[in-house]
Design a protein around this ligand. Structure first.
Ligand code: KG4
Ligand code: ZN
Length: 339
């Protein structure tokens, strides 16, 4: 038989993604977002996301097939996010994936969303080295992982966030600055004209006695809120660009410091940064500078592969197929709170 042609399905949050990958190569993808429908609520509304996935599924699959120049009958395997994510949202994509797998009579794999984020980078930069440190920064997660092949090697969690995820911090600060949802892109746009040194916001858990790979962003969010309140109470204008830039700098500082610490402590030479926040220009620039200075190879996928998409799920499916891992089967349940 020839190369596998793997369809990946992603629906864990507000992006409906289908991607098609063969032998580690991205053939094409389709992506729909319900972000605009959540904007007035300042965050993702699970029922609205689920309804949007249901409506977008077939048209977006069609776009992916056309983009890849592939017929549905050419698909040899289907992979879908089984968790973690919003339960109602995961269910819609997983059900869609089951329908396709059943109709085409091909194997189905459930994929861990975070493995998907990490695998996204392989579509751009090829297979990961034997061991690397992966910093995952998204709306739901902020974790430092030690990873191997993403398929058979266990993923080791070195540290997570105690409270808000990095992306969540961007979303909350964006809301309190009146910049809307999703907050990451809005803050970055506002920050372009700002001075990152204008305000000194707290960098949590950076003292030697603190947990080396653990994050906390709720204090930072509160500090930004206090600053805004104080200015408003004094009747002074709120310098949105400066606050956005200073907030962004504080987040980036902590993320890069702890990720590089993990690379050094494990005597590794590669840092991979993935997840929606990895689309952030300041994070990309600061990480590149500090990795260059430390002689560490930095891998970050292009922004469109950082945020949720189907291609990254197809990338994991393709790795599973090529490693001869047993498929999950059509009875697989969603695991929305998977860790
Ligand atoms: O990975 P992702 O698309 O979905 C989750 O798995 O959560 O990440 C979404 C998060 C949101 O919080 C969004 O505000 C953030 O990624 N984000 C960014 C940027 N683009 C998206 N944060 C900072 N800068 C960006 N350019
Ligand atoms: Zn994600």
């Amino acid at each position: 038989s020839g190369s596998p042609v793997v369809l990946g399905v992603e629906s864990s949050c507000d992006e409906t993604g289908f991607g098609i990958v063969s032998d580690g190569v991205l053939l094409g993808q389709g992506l729909a977002s319900s972000a605009a429908q959540h904007a007035e609520f300042g965050g993702v509304v699970p029922e609205i996301a689920a309804r949007a996935h249901l409506e977008a599924a077939v048209p977006t699959l069609r776009i992916a097939l056309a983009d890849a120049g592939v017929e549905a009958r050419d698909i040899t395997h289907v992979a879908a996010t089984s968790g973690p994510g919003l339960a109602t949202a995961v269910h819609v994509g997983l059900a869609a994936a089951k329908s396709v797998a059943w109709a085409l009579d091909v194997p189905l794999y459930g994929v861990h969303h975070l493995a998907g984020h990490a695998a996204a980078d392989t579509l751009e930069h090829g297979p990961l080295p034997e061991r690397s440190i992966v910093l995952i920064v998204s709306g739901g997660h902020t974790s430092i992982l030690a990873v191997g092949d993403l398929v058979r090697d266990p993923i080791e969690h070195l540290g997570d966030t105690l409270d808000d995820a990095a992306g969540e911090a961007f979303d909350k600060v964006s809301r309190l600055l009146g910049l809307g949802y999703p907050g990451g892109p809005a803050i970055s746009r506002a920050a372009v004209d700002g001075d990152p040194q204008a305000f000194t916001f707290p960098r949590a858990l950076l003292r030697p006695k603190d947990a080396p790979f653990t994050f906390s962003f709720s204090g930072l969010k509160t500090a930004v809120a206090r600053t805004v309140e104080k200015l408003e109470r004094a009747g002074e204008p709120v310098p949105v660009a400066d606050i956005a830039a200073s907030f962004e700098q504080a987040v980036v500082d902590v993320l890069v410091t702890k990720a590089l610490r993990a690379v050094r402590e494990r005597s590794l030479d590669t840092l991979v940064i993935v997840g929606g926040v990895a689309a952030n220009a300041r994070l990309r620039a600061v990480a590149q500078d500090r990795c260059d200075a430390a002689g560490i190879t930095l891998r970050i996928p292009p922004p469109r592969l950082c945020t949720d998409n189907g291609a990254m799920i197809a990338a994991v499916g393709d790795l599973l197929v090529r490693s001869d891992v047993e498929p999950s089967g059509l009875r697989i349940a969603a695991d929305p709170s998977a860790v």
